[in-house]
Design a protein around this ligand. Structure first.
Ligand SMILES: Cc1cc2nc3c(=O)[nH]c(=O)nc-3n(C[C@H](O)[C@H](O)[C@H](O)COP(=O)(O)OP(=O)(O)OC[C@H]3O[C@@H](n4cnc5c(N)ncnc54)[C@H](O)[C@@H]3O)c2cc1C
Length: 423
């Protein structure tokens, strides 16, 4: 079991472990897109930034995800406006809509080596409920002037090379990239702007130090008036109640080596990234070298054996029987942060403390934009009216202690619903 991106991304960024006592304007905990985008923006505006990451840069979701640069939030645009109210909801929707372009512009501006592909994304329907979802998405995006179009079953077959789909919503705003390459490129850009990045530096405590905050690791400490905690699905007990404000759900990916030319023409000739409109979401794409990356649910624990990925490879072969003799030598998994309302949250529980989390599995674009927005919030002394609402307190997910049982049960139930509908 090995993460493909460790082989295909640009080399690791030099980020020595923190040592000794340091001071900064802002300490960031978490070296994924949220932390790195915040570091880039803050350092670019002249702030002294120290970022602490428990593993290597990109160790969490940002170095393991499906690489799908998805536009929008998880909820449909009308539901976002119903939840947040018309004005705030409109800004949240616009932020989600603009976020993929923000990613691709950063990639271009900083020359980030991450195989970017602006070939769009597809939400694919396998049943009546999915068709209704896809139609609603197309109608609501079209009403807002966004480039999302309805694709019928015949065109879906041409775009994907499989006849399973009843319809789809093709979204020209999205695309895909090498996620670890993107994280490492953001890190290099942040370092060039003056940020100090430290890998192998797990923050073990946060404590008051006069009017500042002191964040300690095994090897040192950083004291600063502002701290940003963006540990997302990898959140520990660093800040009281943070772990209980989200549910860390495992998601799994299995990948092939570059497919033979004939298969590359057959599978996903559109080169868009696809995710299914189903209860049990499957997502996949062909990367720049023609590898198929197939993602979806998995056991709610650290994967132990190849069989933990068997359902993904079986489904790939169901979609394209031509894959019957093709092996999937790569497999890995990671933990996404699910929130109770399925929206991302920016929480400022005390002066100078900022917690940013909860992308609900759609984080490449929105976490990049969110990191930038947290930075703008800090740079403006809290005056900037960023698109995200700033909450004053963490809300615990109800029955958090039972999340594992809940996630397993929800997945089993979702799987059953999809099976009953013919997947
Ligand atoms: C398998 C998988 C597939 C996915 N597919 C997609 C996709 O196709 N498209 C999409 O948009 N999104 C996808 N996502 C979600 C997306 O990757 C995340 O939303 C996004 O990367 C979140 O970035 P982040 O910086 O907030 O968190 P992360 O990248 O998870 O970073 C958090 C970091 O905090 C560090 N950390 C934790 N505790 C401490 C501590 N005490 N001290 C120091 N560091 C600490 C962790 O080591 C980790 O590196 C996927 C996620 C997974 C796991």
């Amino acid at each position: 079991m090995k993460n493909l991106y460790l082989e295909t991304a640009r080399p690791q960024v030099s980020a020595p472990a923190l040592s000794g006592a340091q001071t900064a304007d802002v300490v960031i905990v978490g070296g994924g897109y949220t932390g790195l985008a915040a570091a880039l923006k803050l350092a670019g505006q002249g702030a002294r930034v120290v970022l602490l990451e428990a593993g290597e840069i990109g160790h969490g979701c940002s170095g393991r995800n499906g690489g799908q640069v998805n536009p929008g939030l998880k909820a449909l645009p009308d539901d976002v406006e119903a939840h947040f109210g018309a004005a705030r909801g409109k800004r949240m929707n616009q932020m989600g809509s603009d976020a993929p372009a923000e990613v691709f512009e950063l990639v271009e501006r900083y020359g980030i080596d991450c195989a970017p592909s602006r070939t769009g994304t597809i939400r694919a329907a396998i049943d009546d409920a999915g068709v209704a979802q896809v139609k609603a998405l197309v109608a609501q995006c079209t009403a807002r002037g966004w480039p999302v179009r309805f694709v019928d079953a015949a065109e879906m077959a041409q775009m994907t090379g499989t006849g399973i789909y009843r319809a789809g919503a093709f979204d020209a705003r999205g695309g895909h990239l090498n996620p670890l390459g993107y994280a490492r490129g953001l890190a290099l850009a942040a370092q060039a702007a003056g940020a100090s990045l430290h890998g192998q530096s797990r923050a073990t405590s946060v404590a008051r130090a006069g009017s500042d905050w002191k964040v300690s690791t095994a090897g040192g400490s950083v004291t600063a008036p502002e701290i940003v905690l963006c540990t997302n699905g990898y959140t520990d007990d660093l800040w009281p109640g943070f772990r209980q404000a989200l549910v860390p759900v495992w998601t799994y990916i299995a990948a092939t080596d570059p497919l033979p030319a004939a298969l590359r023409e057959k599978i996903m000739p559109s080169r868009a990234a696809l995710y299914e409109a189903a209860w049990d979401v499957v997502y996949y794409r062909l990367d720049d070298a023609g590898r198929l990356l197939m993602g979806g649910r998995g056991p709610q624990r650290d994967a132990r054996v190849e069989a933990d990925y068997g359902h993904l490879t079986r489904y790939a072969r169901k979609l394209w029987p031509e894959l019957k003799d093709v092996s999937f030598p790569w497999s890995w998994h990671g933990q996404v942060a699910i929130t109770d309302d399925h929206f991302p949250h920016l929480v400022a529980p005390e002066t100078g403390v900022h917690l940013m989390f909860g992308y609900n599995g759609r984080g490449i674009a929105v976490s990049t934009a969110s990191g930038r927005m947290v930075a703008e919030h800090i740079l403006s002394g809290g005056a900037a009216d960023v698109a995200l609402p700033v909450d004053g307190a963490l809300a615990p997910v109800p029955f958090h202690g039972f999340w594992k049982i809940g996630a397993e049960a929800t997945m089993a139930w979702n799987r059953l619903r999809d099976t009953l509908r013919g997947r």
